[in-house]
Ligand binder design. Sequence first.
Ligand code: ATR
Length: 280
Amino acid sequence: MTVTGQARVAGVIGWPIGHSRSPQLHGYWLDRYGIDGAYVPLPVAPERLEQAIRALPALGLAGVNVTVPHKEAVLPLMDEVEPLARRIGAVNTVVVGDDAGLWGRNTDAFGFMAALRAGAPTFDPATGPAVVLGAGGAARAVVAALIEAGAPVVRLVNRTVAKAERIAADLGGPVEPIDWERRGDALGDAALLVNATSLGMKGRPALEFDLDALPLEAVVNDIVYTPLETDLLAAARARGNPAVDGLGMLLHQARPAFEAFFGRDPEVTTALRDHVLAGD
Ligand code: ATR
């Protein structure tokens, strides 16, 4: 990679930032397309977030991605926030405009839907109920995407049901909060099951979930990607359900940001998946 004095520069802001895969991901595309640009990790402590965000135009950066723990806190610092990001309540991409204004976007909903379409090309979310487990930031983006894609109902199952109720109120649309203990009852006629909790992730407790009541043609998607083949996906595949892993959402959510920063909609390929997985 050659970076000249004309290079466009972008990065990712988080705290800590060492585990972010975004530099590797954007770096792959910059190389692949021979773009004169750089994408760097930017460790920003919470108490310096505002200072760092306000400095982006002065530094001439094209923009930044935003990750844990800053996605909600950056929203009020934007000059303009796209309606979807406002509904989700979080910004994961800040684009610096030609006028030096800061535009806040959320590409997680796009990433979720693009990954689902790539992993299950014949599936149409409008054909039946979706069951989503979890009510954290990731679940908000998943639910927003499913409402937009025309899901007739999104059954939102969470341990803290009040958080599911808040999402239903914030996002509007056909969202039905369901208590975690009643999760098995939600499956009967489901067309899609998504795990948007952190359960099943390396180092976190297992997701205990009985798939018996799930129709065999329902698509099962786990947004956890460490491990890539979670117990949920293995159980789904074993009984014949189409299964979509969580890496796709990570890769596809980066596309709109890359395009905004570097001017090209990049491709998600098997080679890119292998490159990101090799970085483990
Ligand atoms: P993110 O923003 O990345 O989605 P998060 O806000 O920490 O992460 O959300 C994690 C999700 O996993 C939440 O829905 C959480 O349930 P609560 O809202 O009740 O906290 C869920 N979760 C975590 N541990 C859980 C457990 N042991 N049993 C059930 N749900 C759990």
